[in-house]
Design a protein around this ligand. Structure first.
Ligand code: AMP
Length: 360
């Protein structure tokens, strides 16, 4: 197990991907005395500003990937759609977690089957590769439902609501493998956020209630409420088994719907997650720090929640332009801006976390 070997102070962590998750991960790594080198194709790589060095090269550039890897003691990722061919250019013994987690999570069908095989319950679903498949799926599963691209979707992108069989008939198929899912009637949404180390120790953070808007996370709140609290234990068992089956090391996230018939698995992310941003101020150890600890073979930190009330709210699009107003309105607000160049509509620009009250 590579991460069983402790990476010494001053060691170098490689991060694949250059977004805000990498940026916050790199800040935690720096706090622990590590150096970070990032790798991502050219773009708005906001992690680069806080990295020791950053490779802006394509995923197909094998020579650049090898040069990057040669400078690293361990390589992890902040982006789950890193092509497997790019990951294959990095020596296996450097990669933590093992890339089998990426392989599973990059494909919605694969991840549903995987979690189903471990006893998890997804929404009714069917693979859809053509217009006639869609008609058959809608007939079998019913409508309303959601058609999702099997790969590369995020934040509600690559998703289409199908209101009725008629709607399905007039739908122009996107020409990529898709999955049709029945619409789940849920009382709440939540995620299980865990960290697992190389010895198999697993720790969970509390599950927040997550509210989405247009497929994108809007808020994560604690206390999460009864609907979530009643189902967290069952969901944790599925998440634990998933982590064990993948022999996973690092932070792993599984998203669920809390329904009248128990937790319904939505999707997994083999990485730190937006619904865990509250842990920076709200938990004894943040998801970012514990991911770094796990991949570097350090002891895990406590995941305990430190406050009675916590709310993390994403700052999206042009709201970022007035985000400093928050600092004047609430001197206890914790503002995080990711330094993205363009405040485009629907783009995650930052988040604000508010914590209050002591835990009894
Ligand atoms: P996803 O990208 O699959 O996580 O979907 C984003 C959001 O869309 C979810 O967090 C839900 O709010 C909503 N959603 C996705 N799939 C379903 C479903 N089968 N039933 C109801 N809501 C869904």
């Amino acid at each position: 197990m590579p991460s069983a070997t402790m990476i010494r102070p001053g060691g170098t962590i490689g991060i694949l991907g250059g977004g805000q998750l990498g940026r916050m991960m790199a800040m935690s790594a720096a706090q622990l005395g590590y150096r970070v080198i990032g790798y991502s194709p050219p773009g708005d790589n906001v992690a680069a500003e806080v990295c020791h060095d950053f490779f802006e090269n394509g995923w197909g550039d094998k020579a650049a990937l090898a040069a990057f890897a040669s400078k690293c003691d361990v390589v992890t990722w902040e982006f789950e759609n890193v092509p497997l061919s790019a990951v294959a250019a990095i020596p296996d013994n450097l990669l933590v977690p093992h890339p089998r987690a990426l392989e599973t999570a990059q494909d919605r069908l694969k991840e549903k089957r995987f979690v189903e095989g471990l006893g998890g319950k997804p929404a009714p679903y069917a693979p859809v590769d053509s217009e006639s498949d869609l008609a058959a799926a809608v007939e079998r599963i019913g409508a309303p439902g959601i058609l999702k691209t099997a790969r590369d979707g995020y934040d509600g992108k690559g998703q289409w609501r199908i209101a009725s069989a008629r709607d399905a008939e007039s739908f122009r198929f996107p020409g990529k493998p898709c999955v049709y899912e029945g619409m789940v009637e849920f009382d709440a949404e939540f995620s299980v956020l865990l960290v697992r180390d190389a010895d198999g120790e697993v720790r969970f953070w509390d599950s927040t209630a997550n509210v989405h808007s247009g497929g994108m996370l809007e808020t994560s709140t604690l206390p999460a409420g009864e609907a979530v609290e009643a189902q967290v234990q069952q969901a944790r068992e599925i998440a634990r088994q998933t982590a064990e089956a993948l022999n996973y090391v690092g932070v792993l996230t599984l998203e669920f719907f809390a329904t009248k018939s128990g937790p319904v698995f939505n999707e997994m992310a083999p990485r730190v997650h937006n619904s865990g941003h509250w842990t920076i101020e709200g938990a004894a150890t943040s998801q970012f720090e514990n991911h770094i600890r796990a991949v570097c073979g350090l002891p895990l930190g406590s995941t305990e929640t430190r406050f009675a009330n916590i709310e993390m709210r994403n700052i999206v699009g042009e709201d970022a332009l007035t985000a400093y107003d928050i600092l004047g309105e609430d001197t206890e607000a914790h503002l995080h801006l990711y330094g993205k160049a363009e405040a485009r509509e629907g783009r995650k620009m930052g988040h604000v976390t508010r914590v209050s009250g002591s835990r009894s």
